[in-house]
Design a protein around this ligand. Structure first.
Ligand code: GLA
Length: 393
């Protein structure tokens, strides 16, 4: 009896210690949604652009559709002061005031740094200043940190050389260091790992506190790159779940390099992948078509489904692929994708994805119920396009 009680006490203590070590479980319970400055503004982003993005998130309805993080990417950083505190450069005169402004709109503010001495764009990063930087961010009211490997690769080369095991241990330790620094601030800060998928980060990203981790190199605004990344996420589903997500990089929807069908493919695929949805376009100049893609609530609901399961490919026939994502209440999202540059018909057989012929179907881009014929649904899918369905019992 005494032994049993001790056992229970030890269990409770261990469970409490576990809770204290982990990130807040409500943080990124569904894939983070918001906007990031990089894909459109790159190194030109400034305070006014970020305020305009916050304003547009509200006026367009995007905030209410779930896009709540306003993330400043690289190039906000100034020099360190005499005490080693990071400062902002002249493009961002007052980060605390910017955070207050963003918060006043019911939004959250994200920032960017990395474990090396310099960011990818050559600005000061957090090497040797991790705790100090985390405290500075928390003091400003930052809610999200993207932590980009960049120049830490030079340190790995210098200190680990060709020893891959040592390089892996060092990389993990560098991410864990900032994780601990963020925890020590006591402020819930979403932790976004950006090291392009090295060392199969999906297998250990959550152990170093990552709420999301990039699985690949950078996206760009072309169908080929987007499709390579998106359709290349095969087999990663089991590593994602509430609080910890695979990140195939930010959205390019609305940046002008793809057709509307290609952007619908991008949005649909990212939703099926339970990917973070971080818009990367100029929100102050959005066409109605861009808005209709970014704010398709039925597609967003697939991404944000409370089960938190990432989808995967069910099967491929030639250049067409069917990807499915399990949803709450036994439902499933299905994307019928055409990767070819000519139109194709694609047939979804309900039994192949675990449904009976009686399943209910809804077309999430047409926003209408559709029906199967003899247990199959056949769609004509445009070049590089998609037909996206919700299948319910
Ligand atoms: C890397 C990242 C990008 C972006 C730039 C900024 O390339 O992968 O997402 O943050 O750095 O310099």
């Amino acid at each position: 009896m005494v032994r049993f009680k001790l056992g229970v006490t030890a269990f409770i203590l261990l469970a409490m210690a576990g809770t204290a070590m982990a990130q807040d479980p409500t943080l990124a319970a569904t894939p983070p949604m918001g906007w990031n400055s990089w894909n459109h503004f790159a190194g030109d982003v400034n305070d006014a652009d970020v305020r305009a993005a916050a304003d547009a998130l509200v006026s367009s309805g995007m905030r209410d559709a779930g896009y709540i993080y306003v993330n400043i990417d690289d190039t906000w950083e100034g020099d360190r002061d005499a005490q080693g505190n990071i400062t902002t450069n002249s493009k961002f005169p007052d980060m605390k005031a910017l955070a207050d402004y963003v918060h006043s709109k019911g939004l959250k503010l994200g920032i960017y740094s990395g474990p090396g001495p310099k960011t990818c764009a050559g600005y000061p990063a957090s090497y040797g200043h991790e705790e100090q930087d985390a405290k500075t961010y928390a003091g400003w009211g930052i809610d999200y940190l993207k932590y980009d490997l960049c120049s830490y690769r030079q340190i790995l080369r210098q200190e680990a050389g060709k020893d891959q095991e040592k390089a892996f241990a060092m990389e993990k330790a560098a991410y864990e260091k900032m994780h601990q620094a963020l925890l020590a601030t006591g402020r819930p800060i979403v932790y976004s790992l950006c090291q392009y998928g090295n060392f199969d980060v999906w297998k250990w990203g959550a152990d170093v506190g990552g709420n999301l981790w990039r699985t690949t190199g950078d996206i760009n605004d072309t169908y080929d790159r987007m499709a390579d990344i998106g359709f290349g996420q095969l087999g990663l589903a089991k590593y994602a779940g509430p609080g910890h997500w695979n990140d195939p990089d930010m959205l390019e929807v609305g940046n002008g390099g793809m057709t509307a069908d290609e952007y619908r493919t991008h949005m649909s695929l990212w939703a099926i992948l339970a990917a973070p949805l971080l818009a990367g376009n100029d929100l102050s100049k959005m066409s109605d078509e861009t808005k209709s893609i970014l704010m398709n609530k039925e597609v967003i609901a697939v991404d944000q489904d409370r089960l938190g399961k990432q989808g995967d490919r069910a099967y491929a026939v030639g250049m067409t692929e069917i990807w499915v994502k399990p949803l709450a209440e036994g439902a499933m999202a299905a994307g019928l994708f055409n990767r070819d540059s000519v139109e194709h018909t694609v047939t979804l057989r309900l039994r192949d994805i675990g449904f009976t012929d009686q399943a209910k179907l809804r077309d999430l881009w047409k926003h209408e119920d559709v029906s199967a014929n003899g247990g199959s649904f056949t769609a004509t899918v445009p070049p590089h396009g998609v037909v996206m369905l919700k299948v319910s019992r």
